[in-house]
Every structure is written in C-alpha cells, then in structure tokens.
Design a protein around this ligand. Sequence first.
Ligand SMILES: NC(=O)c1ccc[n+]([C@@H]2O[C@H](COP(=O)([O-])OP(=O)(O)OC[C@H]3O[C@@H](n4cnc5c(N)ncnc54)[C@H](OP(=O)(O)O)[C@@H]3O)[C@@H](O)[C@H]2O)c1
Length: 300
Amino acid sequence: MRILITGGSGFVGQALCQRLHEDGHRVLVTSRHPNKVQERLPEGTEVRRWASDFVDLPPEAIVNLAGESIASGRWSESRKKELLDSRLETTRDVVALCEQLHSIRGQAPRVLVSASAMGYYGDQGERDVNEDTPPHDEFAHRLCRDWEAAAMQAAQFGTRVAILRLGLVLEADGGMLAKMLPPFKLGLGGRIGDGRQYMPWVHRFDLIEMILTLVNRGDLEGPFNGSAPHPVTNAAFTRALAKQLGKPALLPMPATALKVGLGEMSALLLGGAKMLPKRFQEAGFAFRYSTLEEALEDIL
Ligand SMILES: NC(=O)c1ccc[n+]([C@@H]2O[C@H](COP(=O)([O-])OP(=O)(O)OC[C@H]3O[C@@H](n4cnc5c(N)ncnc54)[C@H](OP(=O)(O)O)[C@@H]3O)[C@@H](O)[C@H]2O)c1
C-alpha cells in the first residue's frame, strides 16, 4: 500500500516509516526539509514539502503526525499560536489532498489516522478517563480539540478518520524518556510536584501497532486513547524508572519552581489524566507491554 506520513522524520514517524518499509509498503513523507531528512528515512522513501504535493502519487492511507514540539519552549502567546498553527496548517493540507483526490479521481485516501494527545482531556485528577470523558477546558484541550476537528473534515470526502490520542511515547532514543534519562542515570531524578498526577504512557512498539490497527481495520473510526492499560502516577513512574536504573530518585521538583520556570507549560507536568485505552481494548487490541515495568525493562 502507498502510505503518507506527515512528520515522518520525527520520533514516532521514523520508527513507523521503518516498520512500514519492512512490511513492504511504499512510504511517502512530508517534511519542511525534504533533502535533510531523507537519510533518516528508509531507502526509497519519497519526501515532499506538503501532502498536497502528492496528487500524482496518491496514498491509500495517511498518518498525520506533524506539529511543533509541545514540550519545548515556554508557552508564550506566540509559541501557543505556533503549536496550534503548525498542526492546523499541516492537517488542513492533508484534507486538501483528500478533497483534490476526491474531485480528480473520484476517490480520496481510504483512511486518515491523525494524532492528538492525552492533553485533549486536560487535567482530570484521579478519575478514570475514557474516550467519552468530558474534557477540562485549558490550552492543551483547545489545541487538541481544534487539531482533531481539522482532521475530521476529511470524512466529507469519504475518508475514514481515526483520531489517536497519544500518551507519553516511550523509547530510549527520543520523547520524554530521553530527556529524563540523563538526570535519572546520575541519581538526580525525582517526582514532580506531589507526584499524584497521572502519566499515561505507551511503548513505541505498541503505539505503532495501534497505528497499523487503525489503518487496517475498516470498522474503527473516531477517537482512540493511545496508551497502555495501566497508567501510573508521576510518583510511580519515578520509582519504576529509578528501580530499573538501580539509582535513587529522591530529588523532587517542587511545583512552585516549575510554575515560575515554565509558566503555563508547567500544567503539562503537574496535571494529567488517568487515560485508559477503552476503545482499543473493546476492539481486541493485544498490548505487548501492558505494565510500565515490562516496557522499561525492554527499553532500558
Ligand atoms: N512523543 C510523545 O510522547 C507524544 C505524546 C503526545 C502527542 N504526541 C504528538 O504526536 C506527534 C508525533 O510525535 P513525535 O514525538 O514523533 O514528534 P516529533 O519528534 O517532534 O516530530 C514531529 C514532526 O513534525 C514536524 N514539524 C515540527 N514542527 C513543524 C511545523 N512548524 N510545521 C510542520 N511540521 C512540523 C517535524 O518534521 P520536519 O522537521 O521534517 O518538518 C517533526 O519531525 C506530534 O504531533 C506530537 O505532538 C507525541
């Protein structure tokens, strides 16, 4: 199958492209720097600037991952605009490709799997959160809500749209774990705030299986929580990581210091949602890594 990945050069995208290539698919990627990212992608990957540049090479499936990194830079008003605009621009361009293929060939791509995040729910305290839980209104929620709504526009051209609300994606070569490892390896890690906030997580291997499931299963559409069935609090995550590394993790990061240092972005670290993958479980999805201990043991 021909499959287009926006943000294919990223932490999730690169692993997905590799897997698709190994499975014999033709991989297409969008990037702001087509020449630069080519060497990070499997041989034969076609890289162009925009999704709408692929009208002559129409994909059957699209996985939409592109967007400015949420966890870097203070959330000033202009940074918040970049976070939103980078996602809306790339997602609207994906929808434009669907529209063009629908009008020129009478057939849009079969499926769009579009990323979103646990931030959709906002801070939910300790309650269980599934795909039907009403969100808490805050910046992360509004960002994800608008991003998801932009992706859903592809449905009017006959494309099946599945939204994947990602938890923290775990692998050693990127994402949050790569940032946490250096201090934790030095024994300088610790819980954040009171440590009671939930951190839904998913091993990157399982996340890629989730994406493939949504691509391949014609009966799955709408929002799906993309995280393992056993989310943990920040304190439990801290303990598990320290144990796996054989190091102490006794240096808590006080909430007030984070609020001063990071401003509104501190909500990412101090809030959370006990997100559960209810719809994946109903769909019979089999996790390889259900518990954090299993995932960290594999990764580390
Ligand atoms: N990793 C996680 O734990 C996690 C958790 C929740 C949600 N997510 C979301 O899932 C998606 C994939 O995550 P990831 O960890 O793979 O992200 P990533 O490594 O930051 O990669 C995202 C890709 O988006 C592209 N991009 C960045 N800024 C852009 C802009 N202004 N305009 C257009 N494209 C831009 C980049 O591609 P080029 O530089 O080649 O253009 C980059 O490779 C992201 O949207 C992320 O927010 C990730």
